[in-house]
Design a protein around this ligand. Structure first.
Ligand SMILES: Cc1ncc(COP(=O)(O)O)c(C=O)c1O
Length: 403
């Protein structure tokens, strides 16, 4: 399968420790080989030697636009519909308040109660500040029935962070549009691994992370997408000077920059942003469709191998993700009563996944750098750990700060 993989060569664009099976690219993507030399140059020369001149000379000031163009290609948007800035949480806040302002007179924000916690927290605050009632649905599938002519906005993640289940973007967007509402998608677990095409689904708004399948590095900037047809009505609740039409006019009055550029609030985190610019070059020439196809093949192979374990070895381990690859993102979660111990024991065996409370061992299959052989090895080691009982080690009774 690796020999037949058209993306096999991409792994060389990444730096991965020998012998490590990295199944956590859905939390923190691997380090692209181009990043370290670029950052060394940025720090040593552009910052160290050229100092403030680099904002112009090294084109720092225009870096957000370049990174936005690279992200836009991967989510089916145009470069001038995407802003790269801040964290996903902050972008979500800006977009939810802006979205609510685009639908005056409507009183409801609909969200998925089991969405990623930051989405729920930020959604609650944005709803309160915008004077909206927050209505939770128990699953994205319930959203279309909950939408009515009081709905201003629907905001949810494309991929369920626990199970990897995909929301039906088309059905939810159509239901929202036919009621006159807008939808905001959180694409944190989609961009760089799946092929959601925002134009094809007539999406309104979206946000997402830079450090997962986009490999931008820990705390990399996030992004926000606003469809061009909404630009005239776009009002950010954080009108900072970098989002001003002319920041160096130093005007006492705010005038928004054109389009999504107004979503920038303060000075961009230049080291992170330039790291992300080089990290995205690792996906140059790779289509979202090719990434999606390989992610589906990797996750299907993982499910197949777990299913093939003899019942006595598999014990109580079950697949918690949808079995149909069309309904699944680039991750597979396994349910086990001692999932935390299992994840910790696997990490000690150089198989890195993560744990999501209360009982999920979560494995991400980044299509850009994983091999089918890694999937085979990972399942062999999972079976070994379960056989030997390493997951029951009392050391794992205490949870680390980051799980
Ligand atoms: C779906 C989703 N949204 C938002 C976030 C958080 O984004 P940030 O911490 O960068 O604001 C995460 C982080 O894992 C996530 O999975």
């Amino acid at each position: 399968m690796d020999d037949a993989d058209p993306l096999a060569g991409l792994r060389d664009r990444f730096t991965l420790p020998d012998g490590l099976i990295y199944l956590d690219g859905n939390s923190l993507g691997a380090l692209p080989a181009a990043v370290a030399p670029r950052l060394a140059g940025v720090v040593g020369h552009e910052w160290g030697q050229r100092l403030i001149r680099s904002w112009n000379e090294a084109a720092w000031f225009t870096a957000p636009g370049r990174v936005a163009a690279a992200v836009a290609r991967l989510i089916g948007a145009d470069a001038d519909e995407v802003a790269v800035a801040d964290s996903t949480s902050v972008n979500l806040f800006k977009i939810l308040i802006a979205g609510a302002r685009m639908r005056p007179g409507r009183g409801t924000l609909i969200m998925h109660a089991g969405d990623f916690p930051t989405d729920v927290y930020i959604g609650s605050s944005a709803a309160e500040l915008a004077g909206l009632r927050l209505r939770f649905v128990d699953s994205p599938a319930q959203a279309p029935a909950a939408i009515d002519d009081d709905t201003a906005l629907v905001a949810m993640s494309h991929v369920d962070f626990r199970t990897g289940e995909l929301a039906d973007v088309t059905a939810i967007t159509e239901a929202a549009h036919s009621a006159g509402a807008l939808v905001c998608w959180d694409l944190s677990h989609s961009a760089g691994a799946l092929d959601l095409d925002l134009h094809a689904v007539a999406a309104d708004l979206a946000v997402g992370c830079g450090y997962k399948y986009l490999n931008g590095g820990p705390g990399a900037p996030g992004y926000a997408m606003v469809a061009r047809r909404h630009h005239d009505a776009l009002i950010t609740p954080l009108p900072g000077w970098i989002g001003h039409a002319d920041p160096f006019a130093m005007s006492p009055r705010y005038a928004p920059a054109a389009g999504v550029a107004r979503l920038a609030a303060g000075t961009p985190p230049m080291l992170s942003l330039l790291a992300m610019e080089s990290s995205l070059s690792a996906l140059d020439g790779v289509s979202p469709q090719a990434l999606r196809t390989k992610a589906a093949a990797l996750t299907s192979y993982f499910v197949e191998l777990v299913d093939a374990l003899p019942a006595a070895r598999r014990g109580e381990l079950t697949v918690a993700s949808p079995r149909d690859p069309a309904r699944r993102g680039a991750q597979v979660s396994l349910r086990h009563e001692q999932a935390y111990g299992l994840v910790r024991a696997l990490i000690e065996r150089e198989v890195i996944g993560d744990f999501r409370t209360p009982d999920l061992a979560r494995f991400g299959f980044a299509p850009a750098y994983l091999r089918f052989a890694d999937v085979w090895d990972a399942v062999t080691i999972i079976a070994d750990v379960l056989d030997g009982g390493a997951h029951r080690d009392p050391r794992f009774a205490v949870r680390a700060g980051v799980t």
